[in-house]
Design a protein around this ligand. Sequence first.
Ligand SMILES: [Ca+2]
Length: 344
Amino acid sequence: MPIIYRTIRVISHITIGIFVSCLPLSLHANTQSDYLQHEKFKTFLATVVKEDGHDKQTILTLFEDAQRKDSILKAIARPAEKRLTWNKYQDIFLTKKRIEKGIAFYKKHKATFKKAEDIYGVPPEIILAIIGVETRFGHNKGSYRVIDALSTLAFDYPPRSKFFTKQLRQFLLLGKEAGIDLKTTTGSYAGAIGFPQFIPSSYRHYAVDFDNDNQTDLINNPVDAIGSVGNYFKEHGWVSNAPITSPARFLKAGSNESELDKLVNQNLKPSLTVAEIAKAGLIGDQPYSATAKATAMRLKGKQGNEYWIGLKNFYVITRYNHSKLYAMAVYQLSESFKTKIKHL
Ligand SMILES: [Ca+2]
């Protein structure tokens, strides 16, 4: 799109410049860019120049060819976490191929995983599962230019405009701080970057230089990525050696299904005690403390309803992606890795 417009602009200026004033105003405006004339961009520009110290012309040049992508607007309206139930969602991530690739990735970076566990208390299989679910161990880091993704969502997606405007601002700061190329860096449709798909604010706050080469590089450096996921989990409250989630049985006899309906699939944050959940008839297979905070889940599985009890660490996984389906996929993938990597 911009290439065509640029061509029009060149022709306008050089060959038929004399007729430019005859062109309809709207066409002329469209030749500029998708965003330079956008009201929300103008406000954004003033903010980042004034408050973040960016050079105005540099930002204008950067946004000259920032593109609105309708495919991004479609994708964000229908994420897999909302579109699918657990019986379908699991098939995307819990595959033999993904497990094999994970084992190979682990073998290659075993010492780094060990170091991350020592420093952050997060087991290798969890970090491995996150990187596996996010990008298949770096094989798919996303093909949208981050500048396009974040501009589209910040300026043309009102429901999340505030959030993505903040992310766009964080992205520009990453250019200064981490040396990220703002024009060419690619990521997901939501502007997530690198092996672990950190959104720009997470990159700025939780990414670490884990191989001490003075660069914090989540795009090309798997070592920095592994350490950064460990740090992210620790900072979000991961409890070392604590349980994550357990299958649970719904004891129909003497229990109250309507009472259980009120308990399951409420907030992601554990707000009930194991005892309160048990009172409604849901008993975890693991012997958790009756006073532990937990969340009761009912998922549509392949064999019908599945019940699960999630604890603090399950909640921490949802801090990476606010979805119980996501956290369950990470957990189950991690369990597949756990036994396989133990003796490697
Ligand atoms: Ca590094």
